[in-house]
Design a protein around this ligand. Structure first.
Ligand code: MF3
Ligand code: CO
Ligand code: CO
Length: 277
């Protein structure tokens, strides 16, 4: 299915869902340090959602066709894990990079989905660069969003920036429509050609969540059927926002007090048509 939000009440509800998802990341950020396990990160996030926000973690027991139920409240993807890492006893050590991906369901049934990279202790310049370029990829994709633009414009902006840096774009997973359903049409590919694909319309809400590998794009799925790693064991990074197509541009729904600001590289492109609050 595909939803188009035209009612102000739906849009307000999506703003709230997005902000709540982003606030879980603000809450966990100070805890993402050398020595914490990814399971402890999961526990802290789940407790905050349940007890403070009164939201439900969408991943918990999520079971698309062909998958076992996802066993935890959030995804934690460390180093060569591309996405859908399952929180475990694994202790974060200096030099790790970890993506934390939060999807909340609000009491009124709206979804907000966002993820950020965290650098643990002393991280190599290479790993920092991968995280930064991936952040820029997400934002260059966001900067393409406006009524009349096409899905291929988003994919192309992301792919060309990643490949110019010597990186590769994961093809098997993509962004997605989101609203009162977690994953729905359209699929937002993170690669493509300008002026191809479906046209964007005011009121659409979807995620942009590029997964960028330092090495080759190939993936391998672990026996748990969820964890996805790079085949060549190179590092992988991901950032994700949920966005709304507005009358003249885009609004980032998954923003909050401590959400990272857009990078310098998109500032000339987003002035005027992008709202972030
Ligand atoms: N939050 C992920 C996304 O961006 C989906 C996670 S599904 C899970 O679409 F079951 F792995 F949690
Ligand atoms: Co998503
Ligand atoms: Co997500």
């Amino acid at each position: 299915m595909r939803e188009l939000f035209t009612k102000e009440s739906d849009i307000q509800a999506m703003r709230q869902a997005g902000q709540l998802a982003s606030e879980v990341l603000d809450h966990i950020a100070p805890h993402v340090q050398v020595g914490i396990s990814t399971e402890e990160i999961d526990r802290l996030c789940h407790a905050y959602m349940r007890d403070v926000q009164k939201t439900i973690p969408a991943p918990l027991n999520y079971q698309p066709p062909g998958y076992p139920p996802f066993p935890k409240a959030i995804c934690t993807s460390v180093n060569d894990v591309i996405c859908h890492g399952i929180p475990s006893e694994r202790i974060l050590k200096s030099g790790d990079i970890v993506n934390i991906d939060i999807t909340v369901i609000t009491p009124s049934g709206y979804f907000g989905d966002t993820s950020r990279m965290f650098l643990v202790g002393d991280v190599s310049i290479m790993a920092k660069r991968l995280s930064q370029i991936t952040f820029e990829c997400m934002w260059l994709g966001i900067a393409q969003v406006k009524p009349g633009a096409q899905l291929g414009d988003i994919g192309h902006a992301i792919q060309s920036h990643a490949e110019k840096a010597g990186y590769s774009v994961v093809r098997e997973y993509c962004g997605h429509g989101i609203g009162k359903v977690f994953h729905q049409d359209p699929q937002i590919l993170h690669y493509g050609k300008p002026k191809t694909g479906d046209f964007l319309e005011e009121g659409m809400t979807f995620t942009i969540e590029p997964m960028i590998n330092a090495g080759k794009r190939d993936i391998r799925t672990m026996p748990d059927l969820w964890t996805v790693k790079t085949k060549d064991r190179s590092l992988s990074a991901q950032w994700e926002h949920t966005v709304l197509v507005t009358q003249h541009g885009v609004e980032v729904l998954t923003s909050s007090q401590n959400c990272p600001e857009p990078p310098e590289i998109v500032k000339p492109q987003i002035s005027g048509n992008t709202s972030i609050a």
